[in-house]
Design a protein around this ligand. Structure first.
Ligand code: FE2
Length: 336
């Protein structure tokens, strides 16, 4: 889908979506319980002992493989046609970034035929692909379904100490557009969030930065990965199941002011969070034509009350925030 405003230069807007994430963890049994019994997604152990999570016809949407990182180590981006992939690769090449072609078992582990990998912002591996492997097996999950399609897997939010460079990266590589911004105060620190869309999904990524001294209090590459459930019941029932299972709910159900999604946040066995949400605004062609970038104060209209954040965790975050000041964050420059 090409936007009518992009008549002069080829654009990737509407031709790219979040495809999959790869997690490295030593806690595969915990992940299986978390995903299958809690979130209510399809979870199966695949070749090589990998845990494969499905929410639609894609054979893999979240891959958890054995390893020490306890983090997201790769993010897969689906380019919707071959020309879109070639345009992305050409933009990388013009910035002297040579993406490595990956095939065989490594690609199969991610549920794709092949992909092209390079170091993205914060040195998280970014992997570009066009064709996912699909599964003909019916989904076996507690949730009624998830909204994916051309809008992709969902969204992720990342902290960054280089928000300008990271924003530029997504704008120049994927023609990302700013949907809106939110400013909030957290533990006395002002947080600035920028929400970016690359298709009809209100945002596929959110960038969070502290105002003034740029700190990164998070150990993990992302703060959360969002999945969009088909029904409100999917969200409320998962919330009740996960609470009853004793899983660490980070934020109870609430609503964001910008995309209006109803959601809650739960910490995964690896520490970063998953946001399960319902009914966010979709920026369709009509809305796109009239879109004005909004600026909001406060991350939530109501709810999202913290449930499980202990004082120890807060102190740990402060310590990591200060320690982050001594390290340079990796950035990627791409010419459009
Ligand atoms: Fe989110």
């Amino acid at each position: 889908m090409k936007s009518p405003t992009d008549t002069r230069q080829p654009s990737l807007f509407g031709r790219v979506s979040l495809g999959y994430v790869v997690v490295e963890s030593r806690k595969l049994p915990e992940w299986q319980r978390f995903a299958r019994d809690g979130l209510g997604v399809h979870a199966e152990t695949a070749a090589g002992g990998v845990l494969a999570l499905r929410i639609d016809e894609h054979a893999r949407r979240i891959v958890v493989h054995d390893g020490p990182a306890e983090d997201v180590i790769a993010i897969g981006w689906q380019l919707h046609d071959e020309a879109a992939l070639q345009l992305a690769l050409a933009r990388l090449r013009s910035a002297r970034i040579e993406a490595q072609e990956v095939g065989g078992a490594d690609a199969a582990e991610r549920g794709v035929e092949r992909c092209w990998a390079f170091d993205g912002p914060k040195r998280v591996r970014y992997e570009l692909f066009t064709r996912p492997l699909t599964s003909e097996h019916a989904l076996d999950m507690k949730a009624s379904g998830f909204v994916t399609g051309d809008m992709g897997l969902g969204h992720f939010a990342m902290t960054t100490r280089e928000p300008e460079a990271t924003l530029r990266f997504f704008q120049t590589l994927f023609d990302a557009r700013v949907s809106d911004t939110i400013e909030d105060k957290l533990n006395g620190v002002t947080l600035e969030l920028t929400f970016l869309r690359v298709n009809g999904r209100h945002h596929s990524m959110a960038l969070a930065a502290t105002r003034g001294k740029r700190m990164n209090p998070l150990r993990s590459a992302i703060h959360h990965l969002n999945l969009q459930a088909k029904s409100l019941d999917d969200v409320t029932e998962a919330y009740r199941r996960m609470r009853n299972m004793g899983l660490p709910i980070a934020n109870a159900i609430g609503q964001h002011p910008n995309d209006r999604e109803l959601s809650f946040y739960v910490a995964t066995p690896s520490g970063f969070e998953i946001e399960l949400g319902w009914n966010p605004i979709v920026v369709d062609d009509d809305a796109e034509a009239r879109w004005k970038v909004g600026h909001y104060r406060g991350i939530s209209l109501w709810g999202h009350f913290p449930e499980g954040l202990t004082l120890g965790a807060k102190l740990g975050q402060m310590g990591r925030g200060l320690a982050s000041l001594t390290r340079k964050e990796y950035t990627v420059g791409v010419q459009a």
